[in-house]
Design a protein. Structure first.
Length: 297
């Protein structure tokens, strides 16, 4: 009954958007070290979308009360708290009540997936993840922006104790740190990624809510040297107990056990795997318009 009601509500939301004559609104979540409104990143993306889809409402998420807080929170505000804040913000935004599309960049990709899994109302229609680390990272090779001192500190902290309680609670990147050499410790101590990937116990609502997406688009960057391993952007990861051999999504437990419904979504054509021949988050306007725009209209 609950699943049928949810499907009815989603269908009603889509129908309401169609009747309104307006394009579906869009929510954007930036990555580590970035802000909502940087004119060279999220600000430029917002303008690209608005230029091609007249009348669209675009919400670029600001986590905090200023751009400085927004950037700092991408490093130091607990991921679960960030997701809670975004769910509340979305629920109160009158422009989003009939449903919305979402685009997450880098860590914003897995954060918006958590929104889809945890907060199904208003409904997320399509989710597009650009370089999201959906199976986590095991390495911290580069860092964006002018925050090299922060990056150096994070590298040292993760190497020393990514799974200690204090680090897990207060360092965002530790919350999706995935050590293939110690899977048990990862599952038991990860306060964010192990939860949304259903690696401790099965939360059926997470699975149902993710499967309600019309399309889940995963963009991988073929020359990515920031995400380790880059295959995490397509839900691939290292085989347990080593850090060399990669297991693709379709051979992983998260797929074969269908913890998130990805196997069922894949068979139904709801999963879309795209690749961009560039470094992390590097793509051309033409590539964006050709490959991404169809999911936003």
């Amino acid at each position: 009954m609950a699943a049928a009601l949810f499907g009815f509500c989603l269908g009603f939301a889509v129908l309401s958007l169609v009747k309104s004559g307006l394009p579906p609104p869009l929510v954007i979540w930036h990555g580590m070290g970035d802000t909502c409104c940087n004119p060279f990143s999220m600000g430029a993306i917002k303008k690209m979308v608005e230029r091609k889809i007249p009348g669209i409402y675009v919400l670029s998420l600001e986590i905090g009360n200023s751009l400085t807080e927004d950037m700092e929170n991408s490093f130091f505000l607990n991921s679960n708290r960030q997701v809670e804040q975004v769910c509340e913000q979305i629920s109160k935004d009158v422009n989003l009540q009939n449903g919305y599309n979402a685009m997450g960049f880098s860590q914003g990709g897995q954060f918006l997936r958590a929104v889809a899994q945890r907060c199904p109302f208003p409904p997320m229609l399509n989710l597009i993840s650009f370089g999201g680390q959906h199976q986590g990272v095991y390495g911290f090779p580069r860092c964006p922006g002018e925050s090299s001192h922060i990056c150096d500190w994070i590298r040292k902290t993760l190497n020393l104790g990514a799974y200690t309680k204090a680090v897990q609670e207060h360092l965002v990147q530790a919350q999706y740190w995935h050590d293939p050499l110690n899977e048990e410790q990862y599952r038991n101590s990860s306060i964010f990624l192990a939860d949304i990937n259903q690696e401790r116990y099965l939360n059926e609502s997470y699975r149902k809510n993710l499967m309600a997406l019309k399309k889940f688009v995963l963009v991988k960057f073929l020359k990515d040297s920031m995400v380790d391993p880059a295959e995490s952007e397509w839900f691939g990861f290292y085989r347990p107990a080593q850090a060399k051999e990669i297991v693709p999504l379709q051979e992983s437990l998260i797929y074969t056990e269908d913890r998130l419904g990805l196997k069922e979504m894949d068979k139904a054509g709801q999963l879309v795997f795209l690749a961009s021949d560039g470094q992390h988050l590097q793509f051309s306007e033409d590539w964006f318009y050709s490959n991404i725009l169809p999911f936003l209209q």
